[in-house]
Design a protein around this ligand. Structure first.
Ligand code: 5GP
Length: 190
């Protein structure tokens, strides 16, 4: 994922509190060539699994999840951050947002997450792993099986991977940020 790493170093901006902004090519404006290469890499890493559904959470996970689902010819289901009044058979859980410093409720319909599903969860960032924990809770409630979790960017210094791997989750991240101190972006060489 040299293209991704190059863009992070070139266009990523860091903020206090260990926040990396990638608005120009992932979170606000999206570079479709880069996003396609991200999808291709997730497919390469998870092709040998029994995944039959891609899952993500609104909003920034949707682009990489759709790319991956499109390339694997699999359905993509989104966890919603606002519960529509009309939702049927809702499963819900609470997630703590690191960037907004608040708790919020997320929901998914059990109609679209079932015990027949082998799920690959895809998202933009792995930080402390709070969103991922919420996803694990929803997957447990539904009776589905979690095949693995794929993140575009992991901030290794916030330790989300450790917590997920301790729960037996396979974690794949396409760019691992080792350090952001003094606004110097240090990416792990792989
Ligand atoms: P976690 O739940 O792992 O603590 O944080 C992951 C979620 O918070 C991601 O879905 C992402 O939206 C947001 N997030 C965490 N850290 C960052 C960051 O440094 N930059 C951006 N843009 N989003 C982040």
């Amino acid at each position: 994922m040299q293209l991704l790493k190059k863009r992070i170093l070139q266009d990523g901006k860091c903020y206090e509190g260990g926040i990396l902004k990638v608005d120009g090519f992932i979170n606000h404006q999206m570079d479709p060539v880069l996003m396609k290469s991200i999808g291709v890499e997730f497919v390469r890493r998870f092709a040998a699994t029994n995944v039959n559904k891609i899952m993500t959470i609104e909003a920034s996970g949707i682009a990489p999840a759709i790319m991956t689902g499109y390339l694997m010819d699999l359905p993509v289901v989104f966890v919603k951050k606002k519960s529509p009044k009309t939702i049927q058979n809702a499963l819900s859980t609470t997630v703590h947002s690191f960037t907004k410093d608040r708790d919020y409720e997320v929901v998914i319909s059990a109609d679209f997450l079932t015990p027949n599903d082998n799920v690959l969860f895809v998202d933009d960032f792995l930080a402390y792993g709070n969103a991922a924990l919420g996803i694990i809770d929803l997957i447990k409630q539904s009776g589905a099986n979690l095949v693995g979790m794929g993140f575009i960017i992991e901030k290794a210094f916030q330790n989300g991977r450790k917590m997920l791997e301790e729960q037996g989750v396979r974690v794949e991240s396409l760019a691992i940020i080792e350090d952001l101190s003094n606004c110097c972006i240090k990416i792990k060489d792989e």
